[in-house]
Write a protein that binds this ligand. Structure first.
Ligand code: PMP
Length: 396
C-alpha cells in the first residue's frame, strides 16, 4: 500500500475482527421492503424496529400518490441547485408550509438534514464567533461547526451548570455565541434540559439552535417538538429538522424569525453546491406534514407503542435511557456481547440498530430500537419476545 492508503489498514483489520463475530452489521441489506415495519432481510421476514419511521408514513397511500403524481408531472429530479434551476414551486410551497406550521417568518429547505445543519451553522457562524455545543450532538452538527471556522466549545451532555460556567467565561463574546442542542438525543432518546438551557441563553444574550430531528411529529401538542412541549419556542432562535424521520422522506430545513435564515441562501455552500430535493420527495413531504398536523392519532399510537416497549424492556432488566420515547436504547457493556445479542435478535426476526464504540455516548455499546406508530400490538409483543428469548439464551 502507498502512504496515502495506509490508514485503511487499521480499518480493514477492525472490520476483519468484527466479521469473526458477526455478519457485517453496517451492510445489512433490505432485500425487500414490505411495509413501514416489515422487510425481508437475509431471506427471512423481519420486523423493523430500528428505522426512525416514527409516524410510519413511508407507505401512506396519499404520500405515495403525491410522489407518483409529482414524478409524472415534474420528472425524476431537478438536476440543479436551489440557487439556479432547482427551486420549483413545490420547494417554495413546502417552505411556506413549514414556516406556518412552526409559526415562524422564515424557512429554508435543504437536500438532507445533514446539509441543513452544515448549511445553517456554517452560514450563521464564522471566525471570531463561538459555538457552544452539547457534547452528545449529532455528527452533522459537529461537521457544521468545523465548516464554520468558529471556535467550538463543548459542554458536558445536558449539564446546565457546565453551560453556565462556559457562558460566564465568554463574557462579552456571548453576543457572538450560538448554543446548539438537540430536542431528543439520537442515541439514548433523552431530552435536552431545554427550559434551563433557554433561560441560560436569555440570561447571557446568546443565540440558541435546537435540532428537532427526532422530536418533530413526536413531541408537543401540535408535534412541533421539544421546544413546543416545554413551552419555550419564543426563546429558540433557530429550529433545524429533517424529513427523513417522522416525515418519511429525505431533506432538511431550518425555520426562524431571523431574516438571516433567508439571507443564508446566498452564502450557504451546502445549500448552493448541491442539487435540490426531487419533486417526488417534496410532494410526499408536504402531504406527510399535513398528516402530522391533522392526524394527532398517529402521535397517540406512537406513544402507546413507545411506552409499552420501554416498560417491557425495563421489566426484563435492560438498562435503558432515562425517558420512555420513540428511541429506546438498551446499554450493553462489552462489544462482543452486544454483537451476539444483535445477531440473536436478527435470528428471531427483529432488526434494531447496533451502535458500537466510539459512536455511542460514554464509549459503551447500544442496541437502539425506534418505535413507529405503524407497529401493531402484536409486533411490539414479538419485539419484546425476541429480547426476552435472546437474553435467556445468552444469559446476559
Ligand atoms: N440531526 C440529527 C439529530 C440526526 O439524528 C440526523 C440523522 N440521524 C440528522 C440531523 C441528519 O438527518 P438526515 O438523515 O436527514 O440527513
Amino acid at each position: 500500500m502507498t502512504p496515502l492508503l495506509d490508514k485503511f489498514r487499521q480499518l480493514a483489520d477492525a472490520r476483519d475482527a468484527l466479521m469473526q463475530l458477526s455478519q457485517d452489521p453496517f451492510r445489512v441489506t433490505i432485500e425487500r421492503i414490505l411495509s413501514p415495519t416489515e422487510a425481508r432481510v437475509n431471506g427471512r421476514p423481519m420486523i423493523l424496529a430500528g428505522t426512525n419511521n416514527y409516524l410510519g408514513l413511508t407507505f401512506d397511500p396519499q404520500c405515495i400518490e403525491a410522489a407518483v403524481q409529482a414524478v409524472q408531472e415534474q420528472g425524476t429530479g431537478t438536476t440543479g441547485s436551489r440557487m439556479a434551476n432547482g427551486s420549483f414551486s413545490g420547494h417554495l410551497a413546502l417552505e411556506q408550509e413549514l414556516a406556518e406550521f412552526f409559526g415562524r417568518r422564515w424557512s429554508n429547505v435543504f437536500s438532507t438534514g445533514y446539509q441543513a445543519n452544515l448549511g445553517i451553522i456554517a452560514a450563521l457562524t464564522g471566525q471570531g464567533d463561538v459555538i457552544l455545543i452539547d457534547a452528545d450532538c449529532h455528527a452533522s452538527i459537529y461537521d457544521g461547526c468545523r465548516m464554520s471556522g468558529a471556535e467550538v466549545i463543548r459542554f458536558r451532555h445536558n449539564d446546565v451548570a457546565d453551560l453556565y460556567k462556559r457562558l460566564r467565561r465568554l463574557g462579552k463574546r456571548c453576543a457572538n455565541t450560538l448554543i446548539i442542542v438537540e430536542g431528543l438525543y439520537s442515541m439514548l432518546g433523552d431530552r435536552a434540559a431545554l427550559a434551563e438551557i433557554a433561560a441560560a441563553k436569555r440570561a447571557y444574550g446568546a443565540y440558541l439552535l435546537v435540532d428537532e430531528a427526532h422530536s418533530l411529529g413526536v413531541l408537543g401538542e401540535r408535534g412541533r417538538g421539544l421546544s413546543e412541549e416545554v413551552g419555550v419556542e419564543d426563546s429558540i432562535d433557530f429550529i433545524v429538522g429533517t424529513f427523513s424521520k417522522s416525515l418519511g422522506a429525505t431533506g432538511g430545513f431550518c425555520v426562524s424569525d431571523h431574516p438571516e435564515v433567508d439571507l443564508a441562501r446566498y452564502v450557504s455552500r451546502p445549500y448552493i453546491f448541491t442539487a435540490s430535493p426531487c419533486p417526488s420527495v417534496i410532494a410526499s413531504t408536504r402531504v406527510a406534514l399535513r398528516k402530522l398536523r391533522t392526524e394527532p392519532a398517529l402521535r397517540v399510537r406512537l406513544w402507546d407503542n413507545a411506552r409499552r416497549l420501554y416498560d417491557e424492556l425495563k421489566g426484563l432488566g435492560f438498562r435503558l435511557g432515562p425517558d420512555p420515547g420513540p428511541i429506546i436504547a438498551a446499554r450493553f457493556g462489552q462489544k462482543e456481547e452486544t454483537i451476539a445479542f444483535w445477531n440473536g435478535l436478527l435470528q428471531q426476526g427483529v432488526y434494531v440498530n447496533m451502535i458500537l464504540p466510539p459512536a455511542a455516548p460514554d464509549g459503551g455499546s447500544l442496541l437502539r430500537c425506534s418505535v413507529s406508530a405503524a407497529h401493531t400490538p402484536d409486533q411490539i409483543d414479538r419485539i419484546c419476545g425476541a429480547f426476552r428469548s435472546v437474553k435467556a439464551a445468552l444469559e446476559v
